[in-house]
Design a protein around this ligand. Structure first.
Ligand code: NAD
Ligand code: WQD
Length: 336
């Protein structure tokens, strides 16, 4: 299939492009590079050994998107493009609602106009709010604590209503848990701007000596060791989950958790990282981060049952690959 990948230059999108190409699909990327670099496109081509088409466009720009649909025979869309920093979404709610909701509507409208009936959407486990773990797709969604999470819940609702009204439309809503790690080549990975918000990039930067120590947000949660528990999933497993979702897409709306089903605490992740890479990660405990929940992990059985997909890479592979990428990033900076 010829797949339009919005946000394909970003962290999850770039890995998914590699998986799509390896599965025999063709890829057209639409990305405005607001949180990524064009060189990622070259790296995708290098890893997969195949050409792709790249357009630097904003997905909220309906004219630019319609021109793409007019000029290419698109068989399906994977919509990654979006702003994703939870804290920033509280400070800039309008940017988040505008970018994340309008992009979804522009794409859905172009799909309708050009009769493209397959869409896969990047949602998030954040839509479960503070439900009881493990999170199951049939649970009622609870309010999230931030505008970012609300944009995911709203986009899910918009796409669900469109699919209800148009029986030819097929939508897969993929709820990611905590994507970490990097492509095993060390070429693609997560390189956030500024001080990382997320745990794994913070840990790799501490290991590198770029940050002095990890601040563990709370050690009094009702969990195995008092620190927050999450379902970390290797980004290449997540990428392969998209291919499975696309290949198995049938009419209507389908919701899948993409996680491992396994909870790992902050301290367990830190110790796994230290062991996997034989490097120390100094840390201290500080107060809980507002908005955090104690535990978040998936019931991942539906994706296995219906898509034949399960996560294959363990926490050691996640830590090893994240560190390989971080080290390579350092090498690149040093040789610049
Ligand atoms: P990312 O920031 O690395 O990738 C997003 C890409 O979209 C970037 O390349 C950015 O330049 C592009 N983009 C943003 N707005 C755009 C627009 N209006 N037009 C064109 N391009 C635009 O983020 P990611 O981690 O790869 O996340 C991809 C998707 O998955 C996002 O929708 C995110 O909300 C969702 N998600 C991410 C996580 C996570 O922890 N990384 C978890 C759950 C869901
Ligand atoms: C993981 C654990 C922290 C940093 C976020 C979004 C979610 C989704 C994935 C997009 C928690 C602890 C972290 C640090 C720490 N994104 N931590 N010190 O919060 O589970 O999920 O990213 O959809 O919507 O909210 O991920 O990596 O920030 O935190 O102790 O410096 O690590 O408290 O327990 P989170 P995270």
């Amino acid at each position: 299939m010829n797949i339009l990948v919005t946000g394909g230059a970003g962290y999850i999108g770039s890995h998914t492009c590699v998986a799509l190409l390896e599965a025999g699909h063709s890829v057209i990327i639409a990305d405005n590079l607001c949180n990524s670099k064009a060189e990622n496109v070259k790296k995708i081509i290098k890893i997969a050994g195949q050409e792709i088409t790249f357009y630097e466009i904003d997905v909220t720009d309906s004219q630019a998107i319609e021109a793409l649909f007019k000029n290419y025979k698109i068989d399906g869309v994977i919509h990654f493009a979006g702003l994703k920093a939870v804290g920033e979404s509280v400070e800039k709610p309008l940017s988040y609602y505008y970018n994340n909701i309008v992009s979804t509507m522009v794409l859905a409208k172009a799909c309708e106009k050009y009769n493209v009936n397959k869409l896969v959407f990047s949602s998030s486990a954040t839509v479960y709010g503070d439900n009881t773990v493990p999170f199951v797709e049939t649970m009622n969604l609870l309010p999230t604590t931030n505008p970012y999470g609300e944009t995911k819940a709203m986009s899910e609702r918009i796409l669900t209503d469109i699919a209800k009204a148009n029986p030819a439309f097929s939508v897969s809503l993929l709820r990611y848990f905590n994507p970490v790690g990097a492509h095993e080549s060390g070429l693609l990975g997560e390189a956030p701007n500024g001080v990382p918000n997320n745990l794994m990039p913070f840990v790799t930067q501490v290991a590198k000596g770029k940050l002095d120590k990890l601040r563990v947000f709370g050690n009094d949660y009702p969990t195995v060791d008092g620190t927050g528990v999450r379902d970390y999933i290797h980004v290449m497993d997540l990428a392969e989950g998209h291919v499975a979702a696309l290949n198995n897409l049938t009419k209507g709306v389908h919701i899948y958790n993409l996680g491992t089903g396994q909870g790992t605490s902050v301290l367990e992740l830190v110790h796994a990282f230290e062991e996997a890479n034989d490097i120390e990660v100094p840390y201290e405990f500080i107060e809980r981060r507002p908005g955090d929940i104690a535990s978040c992990y998936a019931d991942a059985s539906k994706a296995e049952r219906e898509l034949g997909w399960t996560a294959k890479r363990d926490i050691v592979a996640m830590c090893r690959d994240a560190w390989r990428f971080e080290k390579k990033l350092k090498d690149l900076v040093e040789t610049d």
